[in-house]
Design a protein around this ligand. Structure first.
Ligand SMILES: NC(=O)N[C@@H](O)C(=O)O
Ligand code: NI
Length: 169
């Protein structure tokens, strides 16, 4: 059995995150005035993608507890019927661990990111990801994902010796 991989946590950028989803942020993004200039709209930062029977996009609020920094990634999940976005309501970083939306988890393309506190993410439909990971403080999020018929959550559990390590440096 090969040695488990180590995921070095890196700053989240749209470019680096592109194979997995979208970064929802205002910094360095185009915007347009609205309401006679009383507001700026950062338009269509991400698409809500839902498929399947009676699939519909929904907006939820999430109150996340402090989630102690794990040493390893024990499992990831994916949502085959819809995208999933988490947009922080607090100026606090959180961690995002992902693998591309391939049928089997591709360890060689797994990445771990830290947000800058002002970034949200939108997982593309089928992107493998660790559940919401908030190791710095309890946080509140807006969640945009799918409701409808069908199983929209599949898990993949790594075997003991295969669990990727998470490293902060
Ligand atoms: N279950 C749920 O709403 N959250 C997970 O999908 C997650 O990605 O945290
Ligand atoms: Ni999820």
């Amino acid at each position: 059995m090969s040695q488990p991989i180590t995921l070095t946590i890196e700053p989240l950028t749209q470019t680096a995150f592109a194979p997995y989803g979208d970064v929802i942020e205002t910094e360095d993004r185009d915007s347009m005035p609205m309401n006679a200039g009383m507001a700026q709209r950062f338009h269509a930062l991400a698409d809500v993608d839902v498929i399947g029977e009676e699939g519909r996009g929904i907006i939820s609020l999430v109150e996340a507890k402090l989630f102690e920094m794990p040493k390893t990634v024990t499992f990831v999940e994916r949502h085959p019927l819809g995208s999933q976005a988490f947009i922080p309501m607090d100026d606090t970083p959180f961690l995002v661990v992902v693998a591309p939306p391939t049928d089997k988890v591709d360890l060689n393309q797994m990445k771990a990111f830290i947000t800058n506190g002002r970034q949200g993410i939108n997982y593309h439909r089928g992107t493998w990801h660790h559940v919401l990971l908030t190791p710095f403080a309890p946080m509140r999020f807006i969640c945009v994902d799918r409701a409808g018929k069908g199983n929209n959550c599949e898990e993949f559990w790594f075997s003991e010796g295969e669990q990727p390590y998470l490293s902060q440096s």
